[in-house]
Design a protein around this ligand. Sequence first.
Ligand SMILES: [Zn+2]
Length: 451
Amino acid sequence: MEWSRHLLRAVFTGSTRNKLLLISFDGFRYDYDRITETPNLDEMAQDGVKAAYVTPAFITITSPSHFTMLTGRHIENHGVIHNMWFDTATQQKKQYYEAQFVDSFWDNGSLPIWITAQRQGLKAGSLHFPGTAATYKGETVSMREVEPPFYDYSNETNWRLNVDKVIGEWFNQQDLDFVSLYFGEPDLAGHSYGPDSPEVREMVQQVDRTIGYIRGKIQDHGLTDRLNIIITSDHGMNTILQGGIVEKIILSKIPGFSFRDIQFQLLDYGPVGMLLPKEGKLEKVYQALKGSHPNLHVYKKEDVPARLHYSNHPLLLPIILIADPGYVVNGLLPLHNNKGDHGFDNEAMDMKSFFRAVGPDFQKNLLVHPFDMVDVYPLMCNLLGIDPEVNDGHLDNTKHMLFPKKDTGDKVLPERNIQKEVVTGFSAAIGCLALVFVISTSYNMWKRNKA
Ligand SMILES: [Zn+2]
């Protein structure tokens, strides 16, 4: 039985480490719980911790930001600098999905928390989370599911099957310690219809129903007292300005700028663009673009503001373009007509992510100040009782969410657990003996009566 395994581990190893589920809902802006009814999110806030918001890493896009969650490193330090893999020599590019399978794209010096947990004896899993498919220093996350090509990221039935797998099979049957679980919405609805649309409100309701479903499944499997849940997101969503009065940023129309001076470009991907000018053309390209549009910031790579941590990596191209909220960077022509987008400066409120946590180690009904995405990693390592890798986060920014822990030398020993579990286990054992006595007595009586 599950409780007895847990009890034995608690008694013989002295460890009462609780399990941890990290969930990401892509593009869930910090304030989406205010645009519609969210009864399950509200209940979770009462039962646990809610942050005002989380500041994601810059560039505020999916793969880089999720890898910050998994490593606690700024993007210039972990090296997953974009959703797209590219090679400036061959001009080759791979989009988000294809890049999932390029090991060198992900295994760039920083180890995701799955591998660190596994090296320290824990069992880890990941479902659809960016980075799941890759091999890191010869090792993969041991239980994993990568979505097939053209997967429907929005289908609620798929979502429930995924939850059943993670809670019922991975945590309950396989006894995993840590799982990361990814959902592709409300990001897609935000891009197509804009963050203020009825479609986004509906998708937020679907997220809310799913959170209720997840907590129900955890309850059904008797895991509520042993499983911590963190729910967060990689970035927010901003409305892209449309209509005749808006002067779009289109590089081909900028006087003095020519694509003939460019060896390689990453453009038409939201508000951030990167350029590699041809030999000797850097200054010409920079001068042509600088000041060319009031809502376009043009930087030489080394001059990107230090607070963005998007400067010091060899994969970043020499010229970096960042548009203000409301605008995107177009190359030849405006190719995309997204009503919503992200990727902007992480100081823009529309880029802030949400954060909720509930479980045996988290305080109840607690609203906490904002913190940075890099601070989630040391929190997760603390919950799992593992030694973190070098990272850019600070446990001091998040540890006040947790119940104070007794200093026993064991990093993961919450005050109440062992005693409670020994008592519970002892009562359960007494209960079992009593039950056996009652059953055998009744059986003997029944046998005697029958005879
Ligand atoms: Zn995303």
